[in-house]
Design a protein around this ligand. Structure first.
Ligand code: UD1
Length: 356
């Protein structure tokens, strides 16, 4: 049986790592297609190296562009790739433009589709990711859900029969990386961050980077934070801050490049808290038992909030208040995200449903 993974953006490479291992373990054939949505080595190649993912079988090299341009560029090349490799199942990951493009292409050519991380909803249709998720779930033949809540969301949209709970594959890779870090002491490679307390911050979502008021609000809160803030700057943040004349390197902020995955996990493990608008990082902080402040109005990972580890903060004032109140959080130790074997369950499910 042949499974084709289509990936293109940083978080998808992280999810691909345990899936790739599970496919090898079950002795199935795996074709990896990289759309090229992310192309900077720090957002792409380094993940393949560190997480030991085989090199892609095809690289579409689409690069950046508006939503229509990027999604269309991927689709315009995928017909040929699908016909060339003729997979038994096309596996798509998460909620990026690469995810939606691959799902539409595969659906039109009648290839079975499985969607990993199905059923997440923010209920905010202004987010491009929310549109990508909904359309991908409804194009898919198999919705692989990470949580009970995701299963409920799928059932509410009439997708119950094609949905199955497998757990969260990012938990698999996080647990494996944490073990490696403990044994290799990667934390020591992070100069200047291991001894004194610090926060880790990332901001990259369009609703935050592209709005001058929201961008200057969060940067001002970080600059006035009570501890040094290591701001791991996505290229989009740098570009938008330059365009809007927002200075990033000031006050408590220390601007640094995005980190490779093991370094990121080590940096979060050593931090006092995380401030972010990333979905993945909220969950990584939770799993590493580090409190998180999320600069958004809502989150898809509501378990992190309900269990007391994560706080939504939607303005400069609310971020500052949330950082001041970190000590008051009533944190519950529970894991709603699976046992670290989600990738194996997902691939077994795909094999059982689609092998000919
Ligand atoms: C994309 C996903 C988002 C995901 C994020 C992970 C969509 C709609 N969004 O957002 O869901 O959380 O990836 O990081 O698919 N750029 C570079 N180098 C790169 C890639 C991008 O400089 O390798 C810059 C370009 O200026 C580009 C901008 O970043 O225009 C945004 O990149 P894009 O791929 O459109 O979206 P992300 O913000 O990365």
């Amino acid at each position: 049986m042949r499974i084709m993974s289509v990936v293109g953006a940083r978080p998808q490479f992280v999810k691909l790592a345990p899936i790739s291992k599970a496919i090898t373990q079950l002795e199935l054939d795996h074709v990896i297609v990289h759309t090229g949505q992310h192309y900077d080595p720090l957002l792409s190649d380094i993940f393949f190296q560190d997480l030991e993912i085989p090199a892609p079988n095809a690289h579409l090299g689409v690069g950046s562009g508006s939503h229509g341009v990027q999604t269309g560029a991927i689709m315009s090349q995928l017909d040929e790739i699908l016909k060339k490799f003729s997979p038994d199942c096309v596996l798509v990951y998460g909620d990026t433009n690469s995810t939606l493009a691959a799902a539409i292409s595969a659906a039109k050519l009648d290839y079975p589709i499985a969607h990993l991380e199905a059923g997440l909803r923010s209920f905010n249709r202004k987010m491009p990711e929310e549109i990508n998720r909904i359309l991908t779930d409804h194009s898919s033949d198999l919705c692989l859900a990470p949580t009970e809540l995701a299963m409920k969301n799928l059932a509410n949209e009439g997708l119950q029969e094609r949905s199955v709970l497998v757990g969260d594959v990012m938990t698999d890779v996080l647990f494996q990386t944490k073990e490696k870090i403990n044994s290799e002491n990667i934390g020591n490679r992070l100069t200047g961050t291991t001894e004194n307390p610090y926060y880790i911050a990332t901001i990259h979502r369009a609703e935050n980077t592209d709005d001058p008021l929201r961008l200057s609000g969060v940067i001002s809160a970080l600059a006035n934070a009570d501890l040094p803030v290591r701001l791991l700057a996505h290229p989009r943040l740098i570009q938008k801050a330059n365009e809007m004349n927002v200075t990033l390197d000031r006050g408590s902020i220390i601007v640094s490049k995005p980190l490779a995955y093991p370094e990121l996990v080590a940096a979060v493990l050593g931090s006092s808290a995380v401030i972010t608008d990333s979905g993945g990082l909220q969950k990584e902080a939770f799993l590493l038992k580090v409190p998180c402040v999320t600069y958004r109005t809502e989150t898809e990972w509501v378990e992190t909030i309900n269990l007391g580890w994560n706080t939504l903060a939607n303005s400069e004032f609310e971020i500052t208040q949330a950082l001041n109140d970190l000590g008051k959080l009533k944190k519950v130790h529970e894991n709603p995200y699976g046992d670290g074997y989600a990738a194996l369950s997902a691939v077994q499910e795909i094999r059982d449903r689609f092998s000919r």
